[in-house]
Every structure is written in C-alpha cells, then in structure tokens.
Design a binder for this molecule. Structure first.
Ligand code: NOJ
Length: 576
C-alpha cells in the first residue's frame, strides 16, 4: 500500500476524555491527570490515535471547567504542570496525540483579568470585557439572551454598568475587538503548543464576537423553553424548527463576520507550529473558511441524534455536508460529547439496543471523516438518571429546576423531573472500569463527584468486556484496528449505493492513493436484506462482519445482509 500523505488528524480517531470523570488516582472522588496517564495503555490498546482533553485548567467549576480562571496552569485537583507534561509525553510515547479544550469566548468571573476589569471604569483591563450602561435605570442595555437562561447582561453594582455573558453570569465574555485580549489569548495558545500539545478543540466558537451595534434582536420566543425542547426532543422536524428559532433569538450574538477574521489569525498562530489541528465546537461548515485558512474541522453534530440514525437521514446528511465542504476541508463525525445524551441512550428503545449501538459505532468509524468518540461509549455506557436535586452538578439543570418552579409554575416534583431530564450530568458520570463499588473509578470508600452508573453489574465495565470476545468493547477494538490498516476507510471518498433503501446503508470508500476500494454495508433493521445489484464487482474480500467469519472471499451477487449486520468488503481489483 502507498503511504497516506494526509495530515495525521485526517486519519486519526479522537477520543474525548472528561478529566473529572475518567480515573481518580488519589481517592478524592475526582478524576485527575495521573489517572489518565495510568490508563493510556487501555487507550492505546483500544486503538485510538488522539485524546481531546476537556478543560484541565484552574476553575471554580461553576460550568464544569468551562469557566477558566487561569489559562496557563493546571487545576490543582487534576494535578500539576509536571503531571500534565508527563501525560503528554507518555501519550506521545504511545503515538497518541493530545488536543486541549480552549475556551476563548469567556473566562471565569474569578479570572484575574475580570477581577481587574470590574474593579473600576478606568482600569486598563476594563475594555477586556464588554461593559455597557443600562438603557434606563434597572434595565439592561438590550434584549440579548444568555443561552443558559435570562438576560445576557448582569449589573455590576460596584461600577454601575452591565457586563455581557453569553453563558452564565459567572462566565463574562471577553472583548475580542480589543487587541490586548487577542495577544493574551494567543500567548496562552502558544504556552500549550510549546509544551507539545497537538491542537485544540475550540469551545463555543460561533459566539466569540457580537454585533458591534448592540441593537435589540426583537426576541419573540422564550429561550428557556426552546432550549429545553432542543435538549429533549427527538423529532427531526421539531428540532429543525427549534434551530431556526434559536438562530433568530441569537442573531446578533453569534456567527458575526469578525469571528472568521479572528480564526484566520488563530490558524496562523497554530500553523507556525507545523502539524497541529483546530476543531471547532460548531456544526457550521463556514468555519472552514476557504478550506485552508480557518478551522481544520467542525463537528457533524446531527449524527448524535436518533432521528438522524436511519439510512435516508444519514445519506441526506452526507449529501448536504460533503457537497458544502470547501476544497481541502475535511469532515469530522461524532457520536456524542459531554453536552448531549449518550449514544447508547439516544438509540435505546429496549429492542436490539446492543445491535443499534454497534451499528452507530460502525457508522461513525466508516464514514468519510475523522471520528470523535466519547469516553465510555466503547463499553456502552448510558445516561444515568439522577433523581435527587442534591446530585446535580450541572448548573444549567439547577437553573432549570428553579425556572420550572418560578416561571412555569411546576410543583417541586415536576420541576425535579424537568431538570433531571435535561441535565448534562447524565452523560458525565465516572468511567466504568470494573464491577466493583464506584466502578474502579475511585476507591470504594470514596465519594465520586457524580454517582457511578447503575449498570455495573450488567457487564457495562472495561474489565467484564475485555474478557468477552463478543463484547462491544472488543467490537470497537476490532473495527478500530481494521480502520487503521485500511487506507480506504481512512482517506477514501464516499459514494452512496442503493440510495432508495430505507433499511440499509451501503456506500463505497475509494482511496486513489492506495487504489483501495471498500464497500460498507449496514443493515439498520432486524430483518435480512438483499443488497440491490449495482456493486462494481462480483466478488470481494470480506474484511469485517458481525454475522460471518472473516476474512474470507465472498460473492457479491445476491448478497444478503443479516439482521443489523455490519459488513465491510474490500473490492480492490487485486482481491477479485
Ligand atoms: C460548550 C461546552 O461544550 C459546554 O459544556 C459549556 O457549558 C459551554 N460551551 C460554555 O463554555
């Protein structure tokens, strides 16, 4: 096979580690960096190529680390800078890259910059944040909303002005129009690049810059309710309607043209270090710029939804997204993250859950683009129901709980159900390593920061599944190993076949550099399905199947897919 000349991140598989929940090395109930380092062999063995580390910086943890109080240090509960360096070095030794989570939009209100900014109207850092006078006594400057509920403006009595925050009031937005802010943040970027990190996942990228005119948006809808429906609705039409609404609600607060100019500058900073990557927390393809000058990748978020997990929906998703990519841009598919319901729960309806989870994994790992996996999905971790307000750590849910009672008039029990139904805590519970109390995440006598899942005894642990060759974990291992050795699965183009089928998805991945062509066929139903004629060859080499022995040569005429079968066949002529 020819060597694949693409950059490393195009062929890599990323794995998101939520540091608080991955592995606790010192028994305080909070995951930490030495805990992650100690589990690197597990990740190497799983077959991933890169870690996306969610925020590891000092933070008051009002938004689980997405409220940073120092951009060039490590949260004491996670370890030290030396622990961080050890993690990077040990990961690199195993050929695993590390990208960090970079929160550019806002800092914590505890950050020294904000403390100084709020101290007086005359302070040199005043303009590092966005301060405005109210439009009348007791009234915020305009009708802009916080995406976490309520006004985006908070009055700071010390100086009598309002500051702007797209997220919580504890997360004031930086003023990116101020060149000193840019310089300070770019220095922070270089600080980590100098320590060898391989890139960044960029948080909340569409909201970096706001419209400079500060005009009212004329908000017609109640955002908290739209938000709640977005967090809970599975109906694709309803979701599309809600997204259109949210675009209107935040039209001056998001997607401003200046953000693109800023990303072009950030790209230059990062490119000066060579082979590093930027992945934006947005699904909007415009953030690729011309394909070379803004973000390397943006997430294909719709695939995390059950409504998108059908052959017609996946084909439509691919058709639209791949056609929209500018030349040179590369897709990125993901099945979940710390903000959404886990894929194992999204797809679960009590019937064939195991098969559906396998299918979702196979899909993400075989479509054209870089896959980003979420910790624990490889063992089938599911959302954990929280039934007590005292267990909630996600302040969005705590806010919703209060809102449901005060604004929606719900009873305390209804409000609790409302909040626990939407909380992000459900997908952030500790990694389940073994079937012991606390799942091997922390010692049995410790109190984990979030309760461990309730399905340890059902075999949803690394230890149980390592020992079972039919487990989901071993399915992931096998398909990851195959992907690594199959250039067409990493670099190939995407050509859909049998485009009328509602039952199965079939597509070709062909890589011109290696001349390899691979058929992927995924049956989304519990019935056997005959693949329509139209395959470019009559025989092939079966590389992978959930139903039959492989590798083996197979005939492709009259090919019948078994129930929920995942099949990958090499069609390269030499194999005929
Ligand atoms: C997106 C992050 O993924 C989410 O967890 C966080 O609350 C917001 N951005 C604010 O940083």
């Amino acid at each position: 096979m020819l060597k694949n000349p693409a950059p490393w991140w195009e062929s890599a598989v990323f794995y998101q580690v939520y540091p608080r929940s991955f592995a606790d090395s010192n028994g305080d109930g909070i995951g930490d960096l030495p805990g992650i380092t100690a589990r690197l062999d597990y990740l190497a063995d799983l077959g991933i190529d890169a870690i996306w580390l969610s925020p590891h910086y000092p933070s008051p943890q009002f938004d689980c680390g997405y409220d940073i109080s120092d951009y060039t240090a490590v949260a004491p509960e996670y370890g030290t800078l030396a622990d961080f360096q050890r993690l990077v070095d040990e990961a690199h030794r195993r050929r695993i890259r590390i990208i960090l989570d970079l929160v550019l939009n806002h800092t914590s209100d505890q950050h020294r910059w904000f403390q100084e900014s709020r101290s007086s109207r005359a302070h040199p850092r005043r303009d590092w944040y966005i301060w405005r006078d109210g439009r009348a006594p007791g009234q915020p400057p305009n009708d802009w909303r916080s995406i976490f509920g309520g006004s985006a403006w908070t009055l700071d009595p010390a100086t009598g002005q309002y500051y702007y925050h797209f997220f919580f009031d504890r997360q004031p937005d930086l003023n990116w129009r101020n060149p000193e802010v840019k310089a300070a943040m770019f220095d922070a970027v270089r600080f980590w690049l100098d320590r060898g990190v391989d890139g960044f996942r960029l948080d909340a990228i569409p909201h970096l810059v706001e419209a400079g005119h500060f005009r009212d948006q004329g908000v017609e809808f109640s955002w908290p309710e739209v938000d709640y429906s977005l967090r809970t609705s599975r109906d694709p039409r309803e979701r599309a309607r809600l997204y259109r609404m949210s675009g209107r609600i935040f039209r001056y607060q998001s997607h401003q043209p200046e953000t693109h100019a800023l990303l072009r500058e950030l790209r230059q900073v990062v490119d000066a270090y060579g082979d590093r990557v930027l992945i934006g927390e947005t699904t909007n393809i415009r953030y690729h710029g011309n394909g070379q000058n803004e973000l390397h990748m943006v997430f294909n978020f719709p695939l995390t939804r059950s409504s998108q997990m059908s052959p017609p929906a996946v084909r439509a998703n691919q058709r639209v997204r791949l056609a929209a990519l500018p030349p040179g841009a590369w897709p990125c598919n993901t099945s979940g993250n710390h903000d959404t319901s886990r894929i194992g729960s999204v797809l679960s309806d009590g019937q064939h859950d195991r098969e559906k989870t396998r299918l979702a994994a196979a899909l993400i790992l075989t479509l054209r683009g870089t896959p980003v996996l979420y910790y624990g999905e490889e063992i089938g971790m599911t959302d954990r129901a929280l039934d007590d307000i005292g267990q909630l750590r996600d302040m969005v849910a705590v806010w919703m709980h209060a809102y449901a009672q005060t604004e929606l008039g719900m009873s305390p029990a209804e409000a609790l159900a409302y909040a626990t139904n939407a909380t992000r805590d459900r997908c952030r519970t500790p990694m389940q390593w073994e079937p012991s109390p606390n799942g091997g995440f922390c010692p049995p006598q410790s109190m984990p920061w979030l309760p461990v899942g309730t399905n340890l005894a059902a075999g949803i642990t690394v230890a149980d599944q390592s020992a079972d060759c039919d487990s989901l974990l071993n399915f992931y291992r096998r398909i990851l190993a195959l992907r690594r050795n199959t250039p067409a699965l990493q670099a190939g183009d995407y050509r859909p076949l049998a485009t009328a089928s509602r039952a199965y998805l079939a597509f070709l991945r062909t890589d011109p550099a290696s001349a390899q062509s691979v058929l992927v066929a995924l049956n989304f139903t519990p019935k056997s399905r005959r693949i329509e004629p139209g395959l470019p060859r009559t025989t092939g080499r079966l590389l992978f199947s959930t139903e039959r022995a492989h590798p083996q040569d197979i005939r492709l005429s009259n090919l019948v897919l078994g129930p929920f079968e995942v099949m990958i066949v090499d069609l390269t002529p030499a194999n005929e």
